[in-house]
Design a protein around this ligand. Structure first.
Ligand SMILES: Cc1ncc(COP(=O)(O)O)c(C=O)c1O
Length: 369
């Protein structure tokens, strides 16, 4: 007989109410539930890179001899490599198992119970998730109808308890770019500001050169998108050196595995290849946007990232997502107060765009929209 020790009583109250993060679906879990074999599923729901990683990464990992040895906990080589790519001194860099891990780490460093975090919604869901887990209080500042930041409202939301302001540039899921002047104005508040540049390579806009000038600026980047390494989990942040030191001190040991280190090493030797794929996605983003604009019941928003956000003007986004999934095409849908009846479509290869547009037209006819 099972003994009930009342586990629920033991859970931290601020954690007990956390709903969890809704991650993208793994195609394997859809076996038998969609009209196509799993290997033919077109995955446009998590902004991954359809061209994959550099072939050099596959080759190097196939023969890597030291999987039995822990990685360098101080990330010496990794920090140097990442610093070289980003154009800063290695003292500014901390690497994480995905940039997501660094969001969690920054909040653990800064937040005490009840401290406030300013979040400009709608935006990346992980900020809410990690803030709640760390016992912080979210102060949500709405973006305007075109999803631009409202700098005046952000400044007005600052209180004595504010510990950090989160910005994503370009924003996920809307693709919106924030003008540099707005970021500068927010930096001038003197509060810690985190600019998540996960999609930098698709936008070309960055505040990284400012990291050495501002001791309240933190920037996050990732190899998940442009470098096609989402599965290996490697991201990094650029911080004022003092914050970098603290983060290195409080991270779990060996937080980035050796496969990720090898992958960064090889990716950076193959920048031309990776930038070729990135350019192809940028070109395809333009074509996808033009095709989506032709569908009368969708309203796509201009994007500087590798995805396009669309309002569904007629019909339900949830049904549309399900209809596409049945046909083996995965997209993300949203139905929350700040993201009503909308979908986000990652930019794929040209053939993925063709299949998506065909499926959208078929579903549109069937749903009579
Ligand atoms: C804004 C933003 N930051 C971070 C990430 C995740 O990056 P990583 O895979 O490096 O954890 C994503 C992924 O979708 C994202 O959209």
């Amino acid at each position: 007989m099972a003994i009930d020790v009342g586990i629920d009583r033991l859970i931290r109250p601020e954690v007990a109410t956390v709903g969890g993060y809704v991650a993208s679906k793994s195609p394997d879990t859809l076996e038998g539930k969609v009209e196509v074999p799993v290997e033919d599923i077109i995955k446009l729901d998590a902004n991954e890179n359809p061209y994959g990683c550099s072939p050099r990464v596959n080759q190097a990992l196939a023969s890597y001899p030291y999987l039995n040895i822990y990685p360098d906990d101080g990330q010496t080589e990794l920090r140097k490599l990442l610093a070289g790519y980003a154009g800063v001194d290695a003292g500014h860099i901390v690497a994480g198992s995905g940039s997501n891990q660094l969001i969690d780490l920054i909040l653990r460093l800064l937040l005490s119970n009840g401290d406030e975090v300013i979040n400009c919604v709608p935006t990346f869901g992980l900020f809410r998730f990690s803030t709640e887990l760390c016992g912080g209080t979210l102060v949500e500042v709405p973006r305007d109808e075109n999803f631009a930041l409202d700098v005046t409202a952000i400044k007005a939301a600052i209180s004595k308890k504010t510990k950090i302001i989160f910005l994503v540039n370009p924003n996920n899921p809307t693709g919106t770019i924030t003008p540099r002047q707005d970021i500068l104005e927010i930096l001038d508040t003197g509060l810690p500001v985190l600019v998540d540049e996960a999609y930098y390579e698709f936008s070309g806009q960055t505040v990284v050169p400012l990291v050495s000038q501002y001791d309240n600026l933190m920037v996050l980047r990732t190899f998940s998108k442009w470098a096609g390494l989402a599965g290996l989990r490697i991201g990094y942040g650029l911080f004022p050196p003092k914050i970098a030191d603290y983060l290195l001190r409080i991270k779990i040991p060996y937080n980035v595995n050796v496969a990720a280190l090898v992958a960064v090493r090889e990716s950076l030797k193959d920048i031309n290849y990776l930038m070729g794929a990135t350019k192809a996605m940028i070109a395809e983003r333009g074509r996808l946007f033009a095709e989506l604009e032709k569908i009368e019941w969708l309203k796509p928003f201009p994007s500087q990232a590798n995805f396009i956000f669309c309002l569904v003007l007629n019909g339900k986004a949830s049904q549309l997502q399900q209809g596409l999934q049945d046909k083996g095409i995965l997209v993300r849908y949203f139905d929350t107060p700040r993201l009503e009846n909308s979908i986000r479509i990652s930019v794929g290869k040209p053939e993925h765009t063709d299949a998506l547009i065909k499926a959208l037209r078929e579903i549109g006819e069937k749903l009579n929209v």
